[in-house]
Write a protein that binds this ligand. Sequence first.
Ligand code: ADP
Ligand code: MG
Length: 609
Amino acid sequence: MADVIQLLSDHLANQIAAGEVIQRPASAVKELLENAIDAGATDIQLVIKDAGKEWIQVIDNGKGMSVTDARMSFERHATSKIKNIEDLFRIRTMGFRGEALASIAAVAQVELKTRQKDNDTGTRIVIEATEVKLQETCATAEGTNIIIKNLFFNVPARRHFLKSNTTELRHVVDEFTRVTLAHPQIAFRMWHNGTEQFHLPAGNLKTRIVDLLGGSCEKNLVPVGEKTEFLNINGFIGKPSGATRTRGLQFFFINNRFIRNSYLNHALVAAYEGLIEKDSFPFYVLFLETDPARVDVNVHPTKQEVKFEDDKMMYAYLNAAVKHALARNNISPSLDFTLNKEITQLSAVTKPQESNAVTQVQRGYLANAFSQKNQAHFIDRNDGLKKWKDLYAIAQQPIPSNPKPETGFQTALHDKQQNQLSTGQGSLLVQGSLLITTVKSGLIVIHIRRAQERIWYERLLEQWNSGKTPSQQMLFPATYEFPPHDALLLEQLLPDLSRVGFDIVPFGNYTFVVQGVPTDLPAGEEKNVLDEVIDQIKHEAKDAVGQRSDKLLMQMARRLSINKHSIQQPETQQALIDELFACSQPEFSPTGKKIFTLLRKESLDEMLG
Ligand code: ADP
Ligand code: MG
């Protein structure tokens, strides 16, 4: 039998490996940005065309490469960043496997220009599918300027696999966001198809977050800062009130490297327990810093997943740090640092350990949170009392009675829908937010704002489907400037917005002119609606178009219903009830919250003994 084993050619090996490192334009963007950062650049520019499919260029002012290094950098396992196995455990630079440039060069046309500070001339190299086409001396700025053209031009299957430009651009922007968040001290700019998308001056984490995500997020930021020998935690979390229904801007960085970790996410979300609704997601940008030897970042080729030496400790520390931050900012009503039993009993927590580090930690704030088990101070004891008072206040007002034989809940609803019930004798407004009315089977308590949201939502949906949304031209068109990130999204949303009655024209430089608004929108509310819609879309995980327009409608319904006008009049109360029960889904708000509850007569009787 003939021998069948062959060595793969370098080119083929690179092509195969490329699939691991470079899956899409965004992965190339990430690698190039990280190389620029590792080269000590203070100013980095990213230029892409067609979502990076045609052109990805990164220009940095870093230390550049020598002639030999420039050539070497495209070899597989060529790296200046690790020399021995020990380095692997101490690694603090972004990339270190020496695979990125080799992988990129295997699947694209690459042009590199680079010059070191002390050299008068630089080097230019052109490579196509691993083959060096040209190497020459050239004049170029200090630093490195690399262009990746026609990604996957020689791997049609991969190229075919790429998503629409919108989706690929989204991935690029996601990578850009992560990288720029991790390096606020570096100035970044990004252009797409000739338009500048981001302009991020060097600053601190807060200015970076605001520059990236828009000024409206600033009031929502709560700083987190804990320093212990075991772990440092720094960054910002969102106030509970800013939590959103979709998982969105949630970033963990371990030793300045972006990671995904559902375990840590759980630790964080658990700290918000009782402060946010069950299915909403808090914002966070948190940097955890620990001895790199405790973290194995290299378990996954794209390096977003990590393993910790002691993840229960991580969990406990993070959870406590977030609670502390919320409490310190008077956001959480009680300082209840009771820790999970399992964690408090971990030997790492209970037993003083050999190293100095632990003694240090034990003096810190977080350690106290661990050792003083079951602390429950500052619990708001007035809470119960307040409820009784509320009840008393309600009881003092006359409740219209409408004694009729009780029927089941469905019947009540049915009766209501059939307009068989007389509610004309009045409903009762409770603190401007609840409306109580009688039905055959007892009392219905209606959450007014949710009811209004439902009513508006169905109205808007009908208009959307019929394509007949009343729009009103503004007497004085308003011009608004948006943060770059937002402007990009807004531009994509224009067709949807026009369908709900907005008439908005892009004006360049992230500026938009609002010429017309939906007829029912109260004057001056247009900017709020747009901000909220953008905010919502940002938090979306996918770009499912159907979901997106639904979000838009929900957001508008919310905005329109916030408008607290004249629910005082009995006629408007009645109109609200009638309209609600004329809805196709009167039970739940568009975001799935209960709109009303039925207090059955029997239960009321039972309560009263
Ligand atoms: P890695 O970053 O994992 O070392 P890469 O393939 O990304 O591997 O890069 C190979 C080498 O090329 C780097 O180790 C570095 O020495 C050099 N290099 C790449 N990009 C730059 C740059 N922008 N400026 C200076 N040197 C660079
Ligand atoms: Mg690299």
